[in-house]
Design a protein around this ligand. Structure first.
Ligand code: PLP
Length: 412
């Protein structure tokens, strides 16, 4: 494990400046706890697995491991972009530091650049500290009156957790047998429960399955539900999709429908720790949302985001590498006898045929962080695409933990 020996003490530095000395023996459990792997409840859908609820800054409410401990782990648990931001983005962020002591600092006109990119006006954009903030702000805007959010399970449950925190709740629809989201079920529930529903949440592509809702299905959804029902479409993984049947739902904003698109710089742009995302929506919706937003996106994130928007070739390369590694890994798991769910994102799910929670800890013993449980799919494991080396470590560990078998299909 370390040249210092298994029982040698390690220092754990916390955000509040405090330190704690733990033995190497307790390291794995400690990292697992800090990363949120232990005792994750069904409603606790941890974003980076380092906090009590997704949407906030990862690790904000928990101790963080030291850099050495963190760096020794293969991080395949939070759907990050393992290659990091390119030189151009790092340079832009570096240059922004000359404003680090200011309040009214220049922002690189990130909102103007986003407006240009999406063909909307600046009044259609709300900048946020990660798209997690958008999900919270939309939830607060439409659910404070006690109305419910309608969506599927499993999905990225940040909106559900936020609904619970403001004493609202969710109507959760099951996925279909093929793990896709059922649009007819959405439409039926939206109409049957119209007076109770404040918001529809559609994650496209969905996290944790990685599966898309096609552009025709999105139209079927928006045309089928009550006209004035707000729909939050979370496109965090938009940039990884290859399937031509998928399209962004941005045009519905231009049509003036009550649609809010959430986007992030955390995934394809590799800026997760910088905390920057945004919403695109009709101006009157953005106006309703604005009072609930923090309005506080830091200078480095703003300049980094503008540079990232220009890095189209770099992002195309990231997409290509990610898909190639995802395909290579899933092919290896299939050959070993384990079925994977076809994904259009930088992560995938594999059916493991037994409960995931202890398996997470078995992987953590090998210093590999894999995804949390996603009830009711607790016999599946979500794996983020990491570097070539990390994926090789993952496949080797998988083969040690799971025996080769003739492929079987395990249900949800
Ligand atoms: N939406 C989805 C579907 C996610 O998977 C995540 C994070 O993993 C987020 C939103 C929040 O990301 P961020 O706040 O970093 O933009």
């Amino acid at each position: 494990m370390s040249s210092r020996g298994y029982n040698a003490p390690i220092d754990w530095t916390f955000d509040n400046g405090g330190t704690m000395t733990v033995s190497r023996r307790s390291f794995v459990g400690g990292v697992a706890a800090a990363l949120g792997y232990l005792k994750v409840g069904p409603e606790v859908d941890l974003f980076a697995q380092t906090q009590t609820r997704p949407g906030g800054t990862p690790g904000a409410r928990m101790g963080r491991p030291s850099m050495d401990d963190y760096d020794s782990i293969a991080h395949l648990s939070s759907n990050e972009n393992c290659w990091g931001p390119p030189e151009s983005v790092l340079k832009a962020m570096n240059q922004s530091f000359k404003y680090a002591m200011r309040y009214g600092y220049p922002g690189g006109d990130v909102v103007g650049e986003l407006a240009k990119l999406h063909g909307v006006k600046q009044e259609n954009i709300l900048l946020s500290a990660g798209s997690g903030e958008v999900l919270d702000v939309v939830g607060t805007t439409y659910l404070l009156n006690g109305k419910k959010v309608l969506g599927v399970e499993p999905t990225y449950s940040s909106v559900y957790a936020h609904a619970t925190s403001i004493k609202s709740s969710a109507i959760k629809l099951p996925l279909m047998k093929d793990y896709r989201q059922s649009i007819p079920a959405f439409v039926k529930a939206a109409n049957d429960h119209a007076s109770e529903i404040g918001l529809v949440y559609l994650c496209n592509p969905n996290n944790p399955t990685g599966m898309i809702v096609t552009k025709d299905e999105v139209k079927e959804l928006l045309d089928g539900i009550p006209k004035d029902m707000p729909v939050l479409i979370d496109e965090a993984y938009h940039h990884f999709v290859d399937d031509p049947k998928y399209a962004t739902s941005m045009p519905y904003v231009l049509e003036g429908r009550p649609v809010i698109i959430a986007r992030t710089f955390s995934k394809i742009a590799a800026l997760a720790a910088m905390r920057i995302g945004y919403a695109v929506a009709p101006a009157e919706i953005i106006q309703k949302m604005r009072p609930f937003s923090m309005g506080s996106v830091n200078v480095a994130a703003r300049f980094g985001a503008v540079a990232a928007l220009k890095d189209t070739q770099g992002q195309a390369d990231i997409k290509k590498r990610t898909i190639a590694l995802r395909k290579k890994t899933t092919t290896e798991l299939e050959a070993h006898g384990y079925e994977t769910i076809p994904s259009e994102t930088n992560f995938f799910m594999v059916s493991i045929g037994r409960e995931i929670q202890p398996v997470i800890q078995e992987f953590m013993q090998k210093k590999i962080a894999v995804g949390r449980p996603f009830p009711p799919m607790t016999k599946h494991m979500r794996v983020s695409v990491g570097t070539e080396d990390e994926m090789a470590r993952f496949v080797a560990a998988f083969k040690e933990i799971f025996p080769a078998k003739t492929r079987t299909t395990a249900g949800v």
